[in-house]
Design a protein around this ligand. Structure first.
Ligand code: NI
Length: 391
């Protein structure tokens, strides 16, 4: 199928896709609360031909486009939720929901996938196999909506899965690809260290939780530098350290929490065990006790090389070699991995940064915005890649 045929179809839906995106941007909803958002998606999909639309969970939506000939099943996913941020953009379509904002581009992801569904559903006669459009709730909040959707059976019989993230650090027109690990597992942990509080002038009568906890923090840093294979990529950050109420009191307890980021899920148990060993050893040595919890989050996003190659060929054909940027993995988290655990696939980045339009603010910033011409690029990628992947 030639580009020109798609270009015509994309031209037809382009304006509508921008309208959908702006409607979603004006009406953002937080993770697991996407009631109006999912209703809007559901109704929009219902207005297209040839789709079987359903609600796998309370706030997610799935649409199945079954082709006229048998073949593979391709799932394409978009996340739909917003963030607890007060928008600072002065645009006509700014958030009408105080304190809630589409500050990560998921409004754009939703619009891109709706536009792709509209185009592909009009080409049903030429589809071999099935395209399954997954509109996923709650990407931004652990435990995430992806696993819930998988649990509801959306990946049953799926052979391949793709998804994209609009990416402000990447210039509009560029597509970021990586074969292998591309995003991390955003695990979290917390601990309470308990000693015996008392007078700061009489430390020998106390079990000093502050001094002990400081040792725990320092020694946890040895795990990444001394225990883990240096060729692996791991982050262990303490992000919370709370204890004490006054200048002359040694507190009873200290609370510590943070995050572990991994690109290789197999290291998870090793790190968790090493952490517990350190915490146990240090607290015991100083007569304190501890309570430690480690919460495994979504797995790292690991792209399958062959599917990534097909997507890379898609970029070449559509936009030329210069459009491809081979991205390094980043240590942010993304629950797209739940779908990748069910079928091979790839997660790529669609550049939406444009200095002139001021759309190069970082994700999750109150002035984050997207270059809307990236919506068209995203649609071209999904439509073209669908035919290549189902071929
Ligand atoms: Ni995001």
């Amino acid at each position: 199928m030639k580009n020109i045929e798609f270009d015509h179809l994309i031209e037809e839906v382009k304006e509508e896709v921008i309208r959908w995106r702006r409607h979603l941007h004006e009406n953002p909803e937080l993770s697991f609360q996407e009631v109006k958002t999912s209703q809007y998606i559901y109704e929009t999909l219902q207005s297209f031909d040839n789709l079987e639309v359903s609600r796998p969970t309370k706030t997610s939506v799935m649409a199945r486009l079954i082709g006229t000939r048998p073949g593979k099943v391709l799932a394409i996913r978009a996340d739909i939720d917003a963030l607890p941020i007060q928008e600072e953009n002065r645009v006509s379509y700014a958030s009408k929901n105080p304190g809630v904002m589409h500050a990560c581009g998921h409004d754009g992801h939703t619009a891109i996938l709706l536009g792709s569904a509209k185009i592909l559903s009009s080409l049903q006669q030429r589809i071999e196999g099935e395209v399954r459009f997954l509109f996923q709730h709650a990407e931004e909040l652990a435990p995430g909506g992806a696993q819930e959707m998988v649990g509801a059976g959306v990946m049953k019989d799926v052979d391949l899965v793709i998804g994209t993230h609009l990416w402000s650090p990447l210039e509009t027109g560029k597509i970021g690809l990586a074969a292998g690990p591309v995003m991390a597992s955003p695990d979290t942990f917390s601990m309470t260290i308990t000693g015996q509080g008392g007078h700061a002038g009489l430390p020998h009568q106390t079990i000093d939780t502050i001094a002990t906890s400081a040792q725990v923090v320092t020694n946890l840093q040895h795990i990444v530098s001394r225990t883990v294979d240096p060729l692996e990529n791991v982050v262990l950050s303490i992000t919370k350290f709370t204890g004490g109420t006054a200048l002359n009191i040694i507190p009873d307890t200290v609370e510590i929490a943070g995050t572990v980021r991994l690109l290789n899920a197999e290291l998870r148990s090793e790190i968790q065990e090493a952490m517990e060993r350190v915490i146990k050893g240090i607290t015991e040595a100083h007569g304190a006790t501890y309570r430690f919890t480690y919460e495994a989050a979504s797995d790292p996003v690991v792209n399958e090389p062959k599917v990534t190659e097909v997507v890379e060929d898609t970029v070449f054909e559509l936009f030329g070699e210069d459009a491809v940027v081979r991205v390094r993995p980043n240590m942010g988290g993304e629950d797209f991995s739940a779908f990748l655990n069910e079928a091979p696939g790839t997660y790529f980045f669609t550049g939406s940064g444009n200095r002139k339009l001021e759309t190069d603010y970082p994700h999750h910033h109150p002035r984050f915005n997207i270059d809307e011409s990236a919506l068209e690029i995203g649609m071209k990628m999904f439509v073209r890649a669908t035919f290549k992947l189902l071929a």
